[in-house]
Ligand binder design. Structure first.
Ligand SMILES: [Zn+2]
Length: 328
């Protein structure tokens, strides 16, 4: 299964690079037609259904307005959202929903076996129930995002979605003017109250289009080991992060940037430390001091985005991960 997943992802990567149909040999000598493989996921293929005519969870009206987004920006947006839609499929489609059986989970959410008995995600008892509910919410949140943005489905239902139920994308700052000037802001999501049509909106800042942020495909060519994960920020990573802030997929709770030590939890190292904040308690005298998971990761956007980025690179490049997700 792992081999087949790798072949599929590698094939998807090839599709980004060249948009002609690609045929690869799998290890079992079974020929895989990439277009067929992509269609089998239930999503779209780029050649026949371009991003701007598909992705039922998104509203592209402002992107397609040349007075707002120029041709070059349109191209970058189409490419990045197309790739982001594949990255977000990894937990549900390629990993079959088993999101906690890999190093990326340990790194950004923490494995059960790192916690004391009764303090993990899937243990029993009263605390166990709370933790398990949070675990299932996180699994559900990945699934909901992976379903809503490409298809417009929410909780198993699809209606011809009115514009108001789509996330609109903007190249110009109209909601919180000046927010793009902050050094770390490449994009941001605003709630319906701020928009003249009452929609959720994602504003893409000028720096997202520049070489300061690369595509995830180019990032994968530059870095080859896990040691560089904190630098492996990509345009797609920004999209995945912002997608988690929008409530349209009906996540269990609103997903924000959690505050910790006076600042938002952003970046791979910070997100990892946040997930592991309760892990290194050596003095186990009282229950509160036992190594435990951190429930707040459920509502921190960058833990989701880094998990997805980590999984993507695990699948695509020669990934050396000696710490098995315990370090960064
Ligand atoms: Zn954020």
């Amino acid at each position: 299964m792992a081999v087949r997943c790798f072949v599929l992802l590698f094939a998807l990567l090839l599709c980004f690079v060249q948009s002609v149909p690609v045929v690869l040999e799998s290890s079992s000598n079974q020929t895989i037609n990439i277009d067929e493989a992509i269609k089998a996921t239930g999503y779209y293929d780029r050649e026949h259904r371009p991003v701007f005519e598909h992705m039922e969870g998104m509203d592209w009206q402002h992107v397609l307005d040349l007075s707002e987004c120029n041709i070059k920006q349109q191209d970058i947006i189409e490419d990045a959202f197309h790739t982001a839609a594949y990255v977000i499929l990894i937990p549900t489609i390629l990993d079959g929903g088993k999101i906690d059986l890999n190093n990326a989970w340990n790194r950004f959410f923490m494995n059960d076996n790192e916690a004391a008995w009764g303090y993990g995600w899937t243990t029993r008892g009263d605390r166990g129930r709370v933790n398990k509910d949070a675990f299932e919410a996180i699994v559900g949140n990945f699934r909901k995002a992976a379903t809503f943005y490409p298809t417009g489905y929410v909780e198993g239902h699809w209606v011809q979605r009115s514009q108001i139920h789509r996330l609109k994308v903007r190249c110009k700052e109209v909601y919180e003017i000046g927010r793009c000037e902050s050094r770390n802001t490449a994009a941001y999501v605003t709630e319906p109250l701020k928009d003249e049509d009452g929609q959720w909106a994602m504003t893409i800042c000028p720096k997202w289009f520049t070489r300061r942020v690369e595509s995830i495909v180019d990032v994968g060519k530059m870095w080859k080991t896990l040691d560089n994960l904190p630098q492996m920020m990509s345009r797609e990573h920004v999209i995945l992060h912002e997608w988690m802030h929008c409530d349209l997929p009906k996540f269990r709770q609103h997903i924000k940037d959690e505050l910790w030590f006076g600042g938002p939890v952003n970046g791979a190292a910070n997100s990892h430390d946040f997930a592991w904040v309760n892990a290194f308690r050596s003095d186990q005298i009282t229950p509160a001091e036992k190594p435990a998971i951190n429930l707040r990761v459920e509502t921190n956007a960058d833990n989701y985005a880094w998990y997805l980025t980590n999984r993507w690179f695990e699948k695509l490049i020669e990934w050396r991960d000696p710490s098995r997700g315990r370090d960064i």
